[in-house]
Design a protein around this ligand. Sequence first.
Ligand code: PGA
Length: 250
Amino acid sequence: MRRPLIAGNWKLNKTIKESRQLSMQLIDELSNITDRDIVIAPVFTALSTVSEIIGSSPIQLAAQNCYPTTSGAFTGEVSPLFLQDAGCRFVIIGHSERRQLLHETNAFINQKLIAVIHAELTPILCIGETLQQREEGQMLETLTRQIEEGLAGLTADQMATVVIAYEPIWAIGTGKTASSEQAQEAHAFIRELLQELFNPTVAGQTRILYGGSVKPENIDNLMAQKDIDGALVGGASLKAEDFIRIVKFL
Ligand code: PGA
């Protein structure tokens, strides 16, 4: 069975001091949880501080982005090697905010994904359609392109380490969650696609998270869906109480 994974994407929020406080609150409440993965993704500058705080607790660290080349003359960039050095186990790749604001392409996201795998970290590949694409009937085509191009060149063994996050863009930070049925439909489609591109074992093992206005009020219904294996949580991950409740989904 697929082990559930709840990840908090803190985006560009929380100073080092605030990150320390929030991580300590999470450890207090979550340190005896063993049946699911718990991941938090602070800003780069808070990573090593948070890494020290979470230590050997069940909470694991993620970065929100990376650059695909290990080291060298790449001013302002951070590679998977340095993220690993800071204590990360996961890296979020291709978040829709980066696709939209920084014009990241599927090809560039694919390079990052491969670099993350080579550094033996777990990539969380984000995909999702805009409202316009959904309304114009382009949703499945968009997801297919993001998956095919984002995962290009991966072997089935490499794919076994990848986590996918389906985040419909119209649901991110808007308070409008996809209904559990809409999310399940997209997740089932993604799993079918993985079966075609790789094999049934990989498709059956890959964890597919849902993201977009996940809250304490909707997490239980989302997690009850057969193909939803976890959540990527933005806004609600900034409040200890909300994130703790989401991690403790029923
Ligand atoms: P949200 O963000 O939970 O605030 O909608 C999710 C995300 O962008 O990963």
